[in-house]
Design a protein around this ligand. Structure first.
Ligand code: HEC
Ligand code: HEC
Length: 390
């Protein structure tokens, strides 16, 4: 990867939540964010080059120019752009009544998940899915539980309704609202060369910040970098071997550097391989239910999420149904249901579910291994922290 990371990104902040006539109140007062004189370094160079080996790297990071407007959407993460994005991410003024920010549902100390089964958004409305952690989104080719966005740049193309829940359906109103706060003008100046506050800039800056969130310093990363497992306990090592084994098949789905959907644009299995479809969106049905209330990407398939920082992001699954990693492992051990669209990796080839029935030692080992994916530096890094006093 070159030093500069270009992203074709921008967030559309418009939500389609029909809106009440709530008054704009100023409950968070005019408190300005506390920022360093010189911006933090927001480069993503610690992500190894091969993490980007998919087509996504070419298409979205260094667009080849043959796709309609993507070239124009290229975005380079700049230190001041990401700094402005950080302020926007935590600023409750982005919601209509100053009650909700991105940071309300994405907490740094929880690797940007929020610890809730479902989250409360604007006017107390509850999200219908579990808030997601943010782990190296710059390398992801599928975002959201139903993989509805192909890349972080794509968030701008699809409304983020049912997600942001911030009551910001009128973006022009947001432009003038933010422009009225003194601290924004110099930040827009530094990020974009003039004080103008507009929707495109707001989106770009937020995208830069989100794209800059990198997590590369877990204990497992030491093993990855050095190829040496000496720093792991015997139990962790056993869990690692299991994770990468045929017995569990965990790593065939939670794969590669990011422990997430295998490479390939919108195909978790590289061209219709095991699951027989060329458009799985990096999603799979893991047999949580026989009948799904929420069908995800269709047929009960959900995004194969990254397992980085997984120990911090409970509760688990798209609906937060499991409180602990032990419960998750119990599911894979003996809880898988024979849904028609269950991923074939969990069957014997004739459609019968195989229950591996892990021993209690194996379960402990898997959990111990998953805990080595926690990045203590990322969750404390001031460059991702809330710049507003609480
Ligand atoms: C009310 C809670 C809430 C707020 C506010 C919120 N999010 Fe989310 N976020 C969620 C939920 C829930 C999901 C999963 C939604 C889905 O899959 O449909 C999610 C998913 C995401 C994802 C996808 C992550 C992945 O790995 O696929 C990103 C990126 C994201 N949010 C960024 C943001 C940004 C930026 C903001 C502010 C502009 C924001 N969120 C505001 C709850 C929230
Ligand atoms: C066929 C692909 C596949 C295999 C194999 C697989 N997973 Fe998953 N995993 C998924 C999908 C898809 C989800 C999300 C499902 C949902 O939310 O409905 C998931 C979710 C998880 C979660 C919860 C993530 C979160 O953010 O809530 C954990 C933890 C997890 N898997 C660990 C494992 C372990 C450990 C193994 C091996 C024992 C494994 N997985 C095997 C596809 C797979």
């Amino acid at each position: 990867m070159k030093h500069k990371i270009l992203l074709s990104v921008s967030f559309l902040l418009v939500t389609v939540i029909s809106c009440s006539k709530l008054e704009v109140t100023d409950t968070v007062a005019d408190e300005a964010p506390v920022l360093p004189d010189e911006p933090y370094d927001y480069n993503t160079r610690e992500i190894p080059k091969d993490a980007f080996s998919s087509n996504i790297f070419d298409d979205f990071i260094f667009p080849n120019g043959d796709t309609n407007s993507i070239t124009n959407r290229r975005l380079e993460i700049t230190p001041w752009g990401a700094t402005l994005g950080r302020v926007l991410f935590y600023d409750k003024k982005l919601s209509l009544n100053n009650t909700v920010s991105c940071g309300t549902c994405h907490h740094q100390d929880k690797a940007f998940a929020d610890g809730q089964r479902f989250s409360k958004g604007f006017e107390g409305r509850i999200t219908n899915r579990n808030s997601m952690a943010i782990a190296n989104p710059i390398v992801m080719n599928n975002l959201f539980w139903d993989s509805r966005s192909k890349s972080i740049h794509d968030l701008s193309l699809r409304p983020v309704q049912n997600h942001i829940e911030m009551g910001m359906e009128d973006i022009s109103r947001l432009e003038s609202k933010l422009a009225a706060y003194d601290y924004y003008k110099p930040l827009f100046q530094k990020a974009f060369g003039s004080e103008e506050v507009n929707a495109e800039r707001i989106s770009k800056a937020l995208s830069m910040f989100v794209a800059s969130i990198t997590t590369t310093r877990s204990r497992f990363d030491e093993v990855r970098k050095t190829g040496n497992t000496r720093s792991l306990t015997n139990l962790e090592k056993m869990g690692m071997d299991l994770f990468f084994s045929d017995r569990t098949k965990c790593s065939t789905c939670h794969s590669g550097f990011n422990f997430s959907a295998p490479d390939g644009p919108f195909d978790a299995y590289g061209g219709g391989g095991m699951s027989g479809s060329g458009d799985l969106g990096g999603a799979a049905n893991i047999g949580l239910d026989l009948v799904y209330k929420d069908n995800g990407r269709g047929n009960g398939r959900f995004k194969i999420p990254s397992l980085r920082n997984i120990a911090l992001t409970a509760p688990y699954m798209h609906d937060g149904r499991f409180k602990t990693l032990e419960e998750v492992i119990d599911h894979y051990s003996h809880g898988i249901k024979p849904h028609t669209h269950l991923d074939p990796k969990f069957t014997d080839g004739k459609g019968n579910v195989v229950h591996p029935n892990y021993t209690s030692l194996e379960k402990q080992a898997l959990v111990a291994f998953l805990k080595t994916l926690t990045d203590q530096e990322m969750i404390r890094d001031p460059k991702y922290s809330n710049p507003f006093k609480k």
